[in-house]
Ligand binder design. Structure first.
Ligand SMILES: [Ca+2]
Ligand SMILES: [Ca+2]
Length: 196
């Protein structure tokens, strides 16, 4: 318990340090995305509802330089599986997402911003910074606004949603055995209005 409390304190400090000037437009109390517990779907969901990918909520925040996007699941922890976490939105007609793949008990991970090229279903992928906080069950991605284009206050991020999933650690096996994700979760959200 003590460890958990210290962990939460460290997470809060991190977030406060990351957001020195931000007013709370989207925040944990007013999240753009909210979801139910134990509502996972996919081929093995009838037998398995792992809380470590079960979406609880997600929210956006921004300061002058960066967009901060946070996903909270029911109980974040890192297992053997390929765990995939993502939040998506559309900005000025272009689809964006932030996401992380975490494999083999958290020993390997990658986090990225993806931008769809036109309507091509091809993507530009850029590595980005993320903060994973197991003690408060959140992943926060940091996206420099300059990557998104000419972002201004009152611009709208629309069609927001969160998506999480589990695949086998070695991706080709996933497709051979399960035709995709073993279990997954999805939650639609409301628009976010850029503050700065
Ligand atoms: Ca859920
Ligand atoms: Ca859901």
């Amino acid at each position: 318990m003590k460890k958990k409390i210290i962990g939460i304190f460290v997470c809060m400090l991190l977030i406060v340090t990351m957001l020195p000037l931000t007013t709370m437009a989207g925040d944990p109390e007013n999240p753009e995305i909210e979801d139910e517990a134990s509502d996972l779907f996919g081929p093995l969901s009838f037998a398995w509802q792992p809380s470590f990918i079960d979406i609880e909520k997600g929210w956006f925040q921004d300061d002058a330089e960066n967009l901060h996007i946070t996903l909270k699941v029911m109980d974040l922890s890192f297992k053997y599986w390929r765990q995939i976490y993502s939040i998506h939105w559309t900005y000025k007609g272009t689809k964006f997402s932030v996401g992380s793949h975490i494999v083999l008990f958290g020993t390997q991970k990658g986090s990225f911003l993806r931008e769809e090229i036109g309507q091509s279903r091809d993507w530009i992928s850029t590595e980005i910074e993320e903060h994973m906080c197991e003690s408060d069950d959140t992943i926060t991605w940091v996206v420099p606004k300059e990557i998104l284009g000419d972002v201004h206050a009152d611009d709208i991020l629309e069609e927001t949603y969160a998506w999480t999933a589990i695949r086998t650690p070695f991706e080709p096996v996933t497709y051979v055995l399960f035709l995709g994700e073993i279990v997954k979760d999805y939650a639609e959200g409301s628009n976010y209005i850029i503050q700065y």
